[in-house]
Design a protein around this ligand. Structure first.
Ligand code: NAD
Length: 374
């Protein structure tokens, strides 16, 4: 019997939904959908990200729906390019052409970029079509497919248009990790580490003891880590679905500095690489502000060396630009910014900090995190 785990997400306002995690879950995708979503379905539209459309598991997913419903497949280009209004409009036209109704099931198969696009599309078409997400990267399994946030980019502004719209079901088949490039796996691991540092230290222990198994893509280890991470995310979404209660902001741990570095690196670093550096810098800031225990910083540095995630900023990333991005971070309200802080492993709080004070601290700290000139 193959291992299957189920986590129920109970958002603060929206109806609850299951996340099913395991291997081979997609072979019976249609049966699972029928069991979990007890609503009539007239047709199924599967949006799939390249190169996932070429995988055998994807073919099996399609077959499982084709046996029962008229099934349409839409192949979506990989990456951020698809997270745009141009693609939204193109797919609105397509849904209209195939006469999609409120009983048309949308299935999104791909990484976080695909999930964000399809989530947004499903939320606005006829004011909402039932959505099933099938995340295919580690990042999308542990983070973006849960919690109902979606967005597209416009005028080069990332995630500027979006809604909160929860899926009806999330199906996580760990076989997708087999084809995932190691750098993408490592990038997703940074978000797993984030849950471990901020919410559940057991995750940190597993990452430390089983790092080889993770990179060997050992199913059992990955299923355990994904399940624990999904539980963390589900807990936060239960407490604060819409980021109204100073709780959901903890998911941004490492992201204030991380986003600044990511935007300035212009694609040369992955999201997870930037988040790892961001968590290290932000924990250092927490120590200097008198909140964070030094053991948090030490643990992060240790994990970065074990996992191969960076702890230093490459020289081509300009400090001035990083600071400018942080200054205009979306978590800013007037002159204050909400900054997630970890006191000890698994203990967090949200700090309101003066933006100019933050910038002046980071101006000093960041210099120490640049790669040494070789
Ligand atoms: N909505 C949220 O809550 C949330 C949270 C975090 C991130 N995001 C968004 O998620 C996106 C990043 O997600 P991501 O890291 O999954 O990136 P991604 O969707 O761009 O996928 C990364 C790369 O992996 C490829 N890929 C996907 N699955 C694969 C597989 N199984 N085998 C081989 N290749 C595969 C993709 O084609 C792509 O080239 C960003 O747009 C970010 O804004 C959203």
């Amino acid at each position: 019997m193959k291992r299957i785990e189920k986590v129920i997400v109970k958002p603060t306002y929206s109806p609850e939904y299951p996340v099913i995690i395991g291997e081979d879950v997609l072979d019976n995708a249609c049966d699972i959908v029928e069991n979990e979503i007890k609503a009539p379905v007239d047709k199924v539209v599967i949006f799939v990200q390249e190169p996932v459309n070429k995988l055998d598991i994807f073919t099996r997913l399609v077959e499982s729906f084709r046996e029962k419903y008229p099934t349409y497949i839409v192949e979506v280009p990989s990456g951020e390019v698809a997270k745009s209004l141009d693609f939204v409009l193109k797919y609105v036209r397509y849904l209209h052409e195939i006469q999609a109704t409120r009983a048309t099931l949308i299935v999104g198969v791909g990484g976080g970029a695909l999930g964000d696009l399809v989530g947004f599309l499903s939320s606005i078409y006829l004011r909402g079509l039932p959505l099933v997400l099938v995340p295919t990267t580690l990042l999308s399994m542990v983070d973006s497919s849960i919690g109902g946030k979606n967005a597209v980019n416009l005028f080069e502004i990332k995630n500027v248009l979006g809604t909160f719209y929860q899926p009806k079901l999330v199906l996580e088949d760990l076989r997708f990790i087999d084809s995932l490039p190691e750098r993408e796996l490592r990038s997703g691991l940074a978000e797993v580490v984030k849950y471990g540092i901020t919410i559940n230290p057991t995750i940190v222990k597993i990452v430390e003891s089983d790092v080889d198994k993770i990179f060997e893509k050992d199913r059992d280890t990955l299923i355990s880590l994904v399940k624990l991470s999904v539980e963390c995310k589900a807990w936060i979404v239960h407490l604060d679905e819409r980021e109204e209660r100073d709780v959901r902001q903890i998911l941004n741990y490492g992201h204030t500095v991380g986003h600044g570095i990511e935007a300035s690196a212009r694609g040369a670093l992955t999201h997870g690489e930037c988040v790892m550096i961001g968590m290290i810098v932000e924990s250092d800031l927490g120590i200097r502000l008198g909140y964070t225990d030094r053991s948090v910083w030490e643990k992060l540095v240790e994990i970065s060396s074990k996992t191969g995630l960076p702890s230093r900023i490459p020289r081509f990333v300009e400090k001035k630009e990083v600071l400018r991005k942080i200054e205009y971070d979306k978590k800013r309200v007037g002159g204050l910014i909400k900054l997630p802080i970890v006191r000890r492993l698994g203990e967090f709080e949200i700090l309101k900090m003066d933006v100019s004070k933050l910038i002046s601290y980071l101006d000093n700290i960041l210099e120490e995190y640049y790669e040494r000139q070789g």
